[in-house]
Design a protein around this ligand. Structure first.
Ligand code: PMP
Length: 427
């Protein structure tokens, strides 16, 4: 028995399913999850000493790779001063200034402890600001596990087949309207009918929780238009895309400006951090300035702030994102060429430092319905072949992949060669 298998069986005793977040249990791919011991650059090492090239990167935060010296040193320095005060610290101002500089649609920002908190708070704020209850989200998008948002959700909810979780009161879920991602006409007709009752639209500007689906031309623009016409708040959930698909996030890349933005992952460098912010007029409704309540004992935690700032400073260097994007493109082009050569039907997608692999003979994948037509069995086999070769992909066909600055040309070449051998077994 491997040490990972042993740990997994021990973990079952006091941890539900042996994991602290469901997709980690490998339900999406079968088999026993890998327990990690350490990360260094593009690599993670498991408890059995096996090295993997990591394309999960803690689900997005590790845009510089694991244990980047700037981040580790910033944290070490802060440790001498203490872990938390529950009172204001200067580094919170530096963080807020930096975020608002990098994401110009954000006039003000509030720090929280996870992406879930960020989106949950942005929803409450939108409801408080507009005085309306209904919210619009898109099927297969995931915005964390708060009640209003766990309706037809993506990510682990989709992997485990519980997009509508028990425990969410029907009285609350009825306020969540779910439309089809990339369906412009459906958005227009929904708003034509009940636009004046809708508090907000929340959207992943690039969907990354049903694999990876970029917005079709005109989709994000339509969301902006219907929100302007109806007075609804447009929220871009950039927990995944923020600082990753471009320095200023998807809103910079696709040139559509939301009213509110939610952030997570990269902003915390792997520490538990989220943030939400946007237009001053809306953010001024937040407590203690305004009546909409939101708070957190550990929010703006100084250790987390210095870690996040170290990443934001590093990725602000010129050409960081151009280089990241070229790595992603190289990886996807290589895998696609291998699949074509072997006649394995595969669609690949890359957006900045995010990517998607779809086992399907469809020409492109732009909707949740398209995702559901993909061959998840092929993905499982592909995943396990790569794992055996020392390449770690997200253990689910419904998750995007992430690349970091630390992935070298050799890592990418190795991954393409391993993928080719895996595809050959599928052909
Ligand atoms: N929004 C998006 C777009 C996400 O991808 C995620 C997590 N994958 C969340 C929100 C929730 O973030 P967290 O897991 O930190 O609560």
């Amino acid at each position: 028995m491997s040490r990972s298998e042993d740990l997994y069986s021990r973990a079952q005793k006091h941890i539900p399913g042996g994991v602290n977040s469901p997709v980690r249990a490998f339900n999406g791919v079968g088999g026993s999850p890998i327990f990690f011991q350490k990360g260094d650059g593009a690599y993670v090492y498991d408890e059995d000493g096996q090295r993997y090239i990591d394309y999960v990167g803690s689900w997005g935060p590790m845009i510089l790779g694991h244990s980047h010296p700037d981040v580790i040193n910033a944290v070490r320095k802060q440790l001498d001063y203490g872990l938390s005060f529950g009172a204001p610290t200067e580094v919170e101002i530096t963080m807020a200034d930096k975020v608002c500089e990098l994401v110009p649609s954000m006039d003000m920002v509030r720090m929280v402890n996870s992406g879930t908190e960020a989106t949950m708070s942005a929803i409450r704020l939108s409801r408080g600001y507009t005085g309306r209850d209904k919210i619009v989200k898109f099927e297969g998008c995931y915005h964390g596990h708060s009640d209003s948002l766990l309706v037809k959700a993506g990510s682990g909810a989709l992997t485990l087949g519980v997009p509508n979780s028990p425990g969410v009161p029907a009285d609350l879920a009825k306020h969540t309207i779910t439309l089809q991602y990339n369906d412009i006409e459906e958005v227009k007709s929904c708003f034509a009918e009940i636009g004046d009752q809708i508090a907000c639209i929340i959207v992943e500007p690039v969907a990354g929780n049903m694999n990876c689906i970029p917005p079709v031309s005109g989709f994000l623009e339509t969301l902006r238009e219907v929100c302007d016409a109806s007075g609804a708040v447009l929220i871009f959930d950039e927990v995944m895309t923020g600082f990753r698909v471009a320095l200023g996030g998807a809103q910079e890349k696709f040139k559509v400006t939301p009213d509110l933005t939610t952030l997570g992952k990269v902003i915390g460098a792997g520490m538990p951090v989220g943030a939400f912010g946007g237009k001053r007029e809306i953010m001024e409704q937040i407590s203690p300035l305004g009546p909409v309540y939101q708070a957190g004992t550990l929010s703006g935690n100084p250790v987390a702030m210095v870690a996040g700032l170290a990443v934001l400073n590093k990725i602000s260097e010129p050409s960081f994102h151009a280089e990241l994007e070229s790595k992603t493109t190289k990886l996807m082009d290589g895998i696609k060429a291998a699949a074509d050569e072997l006649n394995v039907p595969l669609v690949t997608v890359s957006v900045g430092g995010m990517f998607g692999l779809f086992f399907t003979d469809q020409e492109q994948v732009t909707t949740f319905a398209d995702v559901q037509k993909c061959d998840t069995d092929k993905f499982k086999l592909f995943f396990h072949h790569l794992l055996e070769e020392g390449v770690y992909l997200a253990p689910s066909a419904y998750e995007a992949g992430f690349i970091s600055q630390a992935h070298s040309d050799e890592d990418i070449a190795f991954t393409i060669a391993a993928a080719k051998r895996a595809l050959a077994k599928l052909a």
